[in-house]
Each structure stands twice: as C-alpha cells, then as structure tokens.
Design a protein around this ligand. Structure first.
Ligand code: OGA
Ligand code: MN
Length: 291
C-alpha cells in the first residue's frame, strides 16, 4: 500500500495522501486509488497543484474522458476541461455559475451517464462555496424492506430540460436540446456496474415522474425518496481548500453546490468528466401506458 486513506465522513468520503498527481503514477497505485474510490465514493486529494494537462492525464487513468455531455459548459479551448465558475468570462457571467444548485447525479438524463467527475479548486470565496455529497447505497439500504420492494421494479422519466438551471433558455435552444437529449427512462434503483451494489438513482433535478404513472401519482413516492436520500447522516459536506481535487462516483452518490457564499467573490473550479456505461432507454410517451 503506497497511498494513505483517511475517512472524512461516516457516510462517505476519504482523503488520499502519499501520491503526487503531478508525477507519473504506477498502475498499482492507480488500482489502490480505484479501490479506495469504490469503497469511499468520494476521494479528496489535498494540495493537488496540477496543470490542466496533469488533471486530464490523471483522469484518463480511470476511464475515457466524456466531452459530449459537457460541451455546454466548456469555456476553455481544452475539450477535456469544463469550468464551473461564477467568474465573468468574456464580459458575461459564466453560464456555469449556477451548476449544481439542486441535488443531482451528473447527467442522469443521459443514456451513458458519466462514471464520475474530478473537480479541481482554482479559487475560493473567503468563506463557503462547499459541495455536499450523499451516499445513495446507504440511502437505499436504510429504506424499509417494504419500500425497497415497492421501488424495486420502478423506473423514472428523466429530462435534461427539467433542470432548474435550464429554465431560462430560449425556446429555439430548448427545441434543439430536446432533439439532442430526449427524455430517458432510468431505474429508480441502479446496480453499480463495478461493485454490484444497489443505489437509489432518481433525483429532484431531472426526474419528472415515475414511468407508467401520472406526475400526481408519482409525486408522493418521489418526494419521500428525495428527502430521504439527503438525510444528514448520508451526507459528507466538503469544505474546499485551494488546490483540492475531489473525485466522485456518479453511480452511487448525489451532490449539491449550495449558494452558501457571497456570489461577488470568485469561485473557480475545473472539472473533468469520466465516461460511464449505458443505462436506461429513450422515453416513448406513446407507449408508456401500454407497457
Ligand atoms: C458539477 C457540480 C458542484 C460544485 O461540477 O457537476 O455539480 O460544487 N459542481 O461546483
Ligand atoms: Mn454536478
């Protein structure tokens, strides 16, 4: 064992030290990091003073980079990097300034949602700017057997355009996005492709309703799941330090970036996104109630 792993929260999260992300890393060390990631779901690498190229090189050891899903937020010439910032870019407020204001798993509307993301802290407000993470295995396991049985066969309809941060977009853009990102049907309980464990996978950001039910019928169960999933005992709240690199597993966690800071202060983060594996299918409303 070359890396050191220190748990950060009861539910999830661990700090990794003993590895320099700016230097070449052996396959054995990457295997240790991956095992720690699967166990703790969110890894924090403190003092990662890395360039964009090193951020990308490290990310590529875990999966291919996902560039298609993140192109909307790209603000650098580098397709592998997304900037999540409230900084003014080209005289305009950044479109990414309100990313993650409601609980979500990244791109849960996609047929190939990302495996995970690696977010690097470049600049921080004086106080706040935290990110919260919730453990969706634990949320699933803490449901009563009765509710676990009830939700086992359920699927949800997820729609990118339902995300609050997209409510402002002009109708022509919405029409284009609708074609590019049709709503999909996803399992309420997703089996993690690497660990085989079950995790709750619906979220308040893009989930519209339970498939085969009306929105009104769905509402009670979904509202209960959303509040249950983010109970404080399932959550780790990360207080960023400059140059932290935080790597989360999108398949078994949700996260949230609250406005817990003065938005006139700069918060500037860079993100790489790891390609995941397929899940779900395209939603066909004409067949919904016939299945
Ligand atoms: C994201 C995201 C949270 C944050 O990059 O996907 O939700 O704290 N960011 O910036
Ligand atoms: Mn996110």
């Amino acid at each position: 064992m070359t890396i050191r792993v220190k748990r950060l929260g009861y539910a999830l999260g661990a700090e990794i030290t003993g590895v320099d992300l700016a230097k070449p890393i052996s396959d054995a060390t990457i295997a240790e990091i991956r095992a720690a990631w699967l166990e703790h779901q969110v890894l924090v690498f403190p003092n990662a003073d890395i360039t964009a190229e090193q951020h990308i090189a490290f990310s590529c050891r875990f999966s291919e980079l996902e560039v298609g899903l993140t192109k909307h937020y790209r603000e650098s010439a580098n397709p592998g990097i997304v900037r999540v910032t409230n900084r003014v870019v080209d005289g305009k407020p950044s479109i990414s300034r309100n990313v993650g204001r409601t609980w979500h798993s990244d791109s849960a509307f996609a047929l190939v949602p990302p495996m995970g993301s690696l977010l690097h802290c470049k600049e921080l407000p004086e106080v706040g700017g935290d990110t919260l993470f919730a453990n969706m295995y634990m949320a699933y396991e803490r449901l009563s057997p009765g509710l676990r049985k009830l939700i086992a066969p359920l699927e949800v309809v997820n729609d990118r355009l339902a995300a609050p941060e997209l409510h402002w977009i002009p109708p022509e853009q919405a029409a284009r996005e609708r074609i590019e990102w049709p709503p999909t049907v996803q399992p309420v309980v997703r089996v993690h492709p690497e660990t085989g464990r079950k995790a709750i996978y619906c979220n308040e950001t893009v989930t519209v309703k339970i498939h085969g039910m009306t929105p009104e019928e769905s509402e009670g169960v979904l509202k209960y799941l959303y509040s249950h999933c983010v109970r404080p005992e399932f959550v780790y709240r990360h207080r960023w330090q400059l140059h932290d690199l935080v790597m989360w597993d999108n398949r078994c966690t949700m996260h949230l970036a609250p406005v817990d800071y003065d938005m006139s202060h700069v918060r500037d983060m860079s993100r790489t996104t790891l390609r995941g594996t397929p899940t779900g299918r395209v939603y066909d409303s004409s067949k919904e109630y016939l299945e």
